[in-house]
Design a protein around this ligand. Structure first.
Ligand code: SF4
Length: 253
């Protein structure tokens, strides 16, 4: 027993000081892409051709990258001969409006907080029911990680609950398969109003690699009203945490 106590003391305090301090991200972390449309000659379209999800578009309007569709595979960055697309280490990517996920733009990472009435109703707590709507489980894994001591989601008053009747909203992952659509709608309807919907990951936002398949609905949009979009494939836990804290007004800038 003494040995366990000593070992526990040596472990120290494992929770990261985010958001008070900037997070330490892994070397291989690929954050928000920087789209430098001015560099793009607009003729080669090689980025659009290599993109597996048609997230990159080159048209008369110029070069655009839809973060909601992006799998962060990096193929466009590798293929572009003029460095018009470069991945940064920016983790602030959540947005309140779907159109704000289209780059270049100013909307990503600036997700505004819920309105004053909703914040008053929620108080200092947010209870979420997670719905896995047919994805590969990578987004669920990165969401689950938030409840470990490293991120300690509970210190912000955010918790995942078993029953939608005890929830303030739902957090959806996966492209919404035909099989999961009724369960998703029933879960949403069981949450007492007013309620919020958070779409996490490329699948929940726009179908991800499954977009266009006859058995999926290309994400939550069109089925439920979405309050917060968190892009990624899967999003790093810090990206999810940053989005949740912005929604609650705990991070202002
Ligand atoms: S990183 Fe995103 S935009 Fe670029 S090729 Fe991959 S999926 Fe398409």
């Amino acid at each position: 027993m003494l040995k366990e106590l000593v070992a526990r003391c040596k472990l120290g305090y494992g929770t990261i000081p985010f958001p008070a301090k900037e997070p330490i991200l892994p070397d291989r972390y690929r954050g928000c892409p920087v789209v430098d449309a001015a560099r793009c000659p607009g003729q080669c379209r090689v980025c659009a051709e290599v993109c597996p999800t048609s997230a990159v578009k080159v048209s008369a309007d110029g070069l655009h990258l839809d973060l909601g569709r992006c799998l962060f595979c990096g193929e466009c960055e590798t293929a572009c001969p003029v460095n018009a697309i470069r991945f940064s280490r920016e983790y602030r990517m959540a947005a309140r409006r779907r159109q704000d996920l289209v780059l270049p733009g100013t909307g990503t990472g600036t997700a505004r907080a819920l309105d004053a009435r909703m914040k008053r109703l929620l108080g200092r707590a947010l209870r979420l029911r997670q719905v896995s709507a047919g994805g590969c489980n990578a987004c669920e894994a990165d969401t689950n990680v938030l409840t470990t001591v490293v991120f300690d989601l509970g210190r912000f008053g955010i918790q995942f609950v078993a029953s939608p009747r005890h929830a303030d909203g739902i957090l959806v992952t996966g492209p919404v398969t035909e099989n999961m659509k009724p369960a998703l709608i029933k879960t949403y309807e069981a949450v007492p109003a007013p309620k919020i919907v958070i779409a996490v990951g490329a699948c929940a936002i726009a179908g991800g690699p499954y977009a266009g398949h006859k058995e999926v609905h290309d994400g939550v949009e069109g089925i439920l009203p979405v309050d917060l979009y968190i892009p990624g494939c899967p999003p790093h836990p810090i990206v999810i945490l940053d989005g949740l804290l912005r929604l609650l007004g705990r991070i202002g800038k």
